[in-house]
Write a protein that binds this ligand. Structure first.
Ligand SMILES: Nc1c(C(=O)O)ncn1[C@@H]1O[C@H](COP(=O)(O)O)[C@@H](O)[C@H]1O
Length: 164
């Protein structure tokens, strides 16, 4: 079965990354969510990539704070797309994680999202867009989502607009 893999470096990242898994759930995209660390459990992380690829993982989403090397480690271990979500943790509040995730060497990309919850949601959306390249039903769901967002803007405006 094709699915999205979400890997977090710590349980403390879950309150943010649940936004990512909830978004995938909303679109009916199967996902697997695990905790594995680049430094604290490197072997487990490498083993997980092998096993999850064999099971059908199509896209990896890595969530990591501070010296955030998880997304890079996943990118080194797989040629599937890897998306990185910097966590807002530690003294530098995610700026350290953002830079360590985004500054990959040429040819070894990590698609890096914004720090925190909006990055977690957008990682799910990007993963869905990647899955939708091979899935017409999913593409329709994405189009419907865009339409409902546009309608919401109109509705919000109609409630408060004062156009002369
Ligand atoms: N950067 C790493 C590593 C690692 O590099 O192995 N393990 C956890 N983390 C990140 O540190 C923050 C605090 O983690 P803890 O709450 O476990 O101390 C989290 O945002 C995690 O992603």
């Amino acid at each position: 079965m094709k699915f999205v893999s979400i890997v977090m470096e710590s349980k403390s990242d879950y309150s943010v990354m649940s936004e990512c898994s909830e978004t995938l759930k909303k679109f009916g995209v199967p996902y697997e969510l695990v905790i594995s660390s680049a430094h604290r459990s490197l072997e487990r992380t490498m083993q997980y990539v092998k096993e999850s690829e064999a099971k059908g993982a199509q896209v990896y989403i890595a969530a990591s704070g501070m010296a955030a090397h998880l997304a890079g480690a996943l990118a080194a271990a797989t040629s599937k797309p890897v998306l990185g979500v910097p966590m807002e943790s530690g003294a530098l509040k995610g700026e350290d994680a953002l830079l360590s995730t985004v500054m990959m060497t040429a040819g070894m990309p990590v698609g890096t999202l914004a720090i925190g919850k909006s990055g977690a949601v957008n990682a799910a959306y990007l993963a869905i867009q990647i899955m939708a390249l091979q899935d017409d039903e999913l593409r329709v769901k994405l189009q419907e989502d865009r339409i409902s967002k546009a309608k919401k803007v109109e509705l919000d405006s109609s409630e408060i607009e004062t156009i002369l």
